[in-house]
Design a protein around this ligand. Structure first.
Ligand code: HEC
Length: 132
């Protein structure tokens, strides 16, 4: 009995929490990634297509890191990668599983062909449409 109540309560709380989070989600952040961005406060400093305190994730994606490299950089930032930005604090509280999800998503934001390291002309304007 008690256990069922606890589970119901937890999922109701979760539904409310994700509803709130989604209400604030910028149009270019998928709901699941927005939830992680909120939970670990990345959202305070990062957007997919816009420089905030930190670089736009689309610009991070252009550096062609591997998923593992990004996970490592979340735990141990290298501020010299981003001259002109303040240093990011190490985000060691993010579990590896969630850091990996964020890393995969960040890498998916590079709109150049996935193949190898071919340099093509990049256009990053198409996703930045404002839908207020
Ligand atoms: C307080 C602001 C702040 C928060 C919170 C923050 N970042 Fe950053 N992030 C930065 C800044 C500033 C940089 C660029 C300077 C640097 O890398 O130290 C950066 C750089 C990065 C980079 C690029 C690393 C590189 O070396 O190219 C990634 C990836 C990144 N952040 C992911 C995240 C993720 C994921 C989170 C949430 C778990 C997060 N950041 C939270 C400010 C922040």
């Amino acid at each position: 009995m008690k256990k069922t109540f606890g589970i119901l309560f937890a999922s109701a709380a979760l539904a409310v929490a994700s509803f709130d989070a989604n209400a604030q989600a910028p149009a270019d952040i998928p709901a699941d990634m927005n939830a992680l961005m909120q939970k670990y406060t990345c959202i305070a400093c990062h957007r997919p297509n816009q420089r905030l305190v930190g670089p736009a994730y689309a610009d991070v994606a252009k550096k062609k890191y591997s998923t593992d490299e990004i996970v490592k950089l979340i735990y141990t930032p290298v501020p010299s990668h981003w001259p002109g930005y303040p240093p990011m604090a190490p985000m060691t509280q993010v579990p590896k599983e969630d850091a990996t999800k964020l890393a995969v998503w960040i890498n998916s934001l590079d709109d150049s062909p996935k193949t190898t390291t071919k340099k093509t002309t990049k256009t990053t304007t198409k996703k930045t449409k404002k839908s207020a």
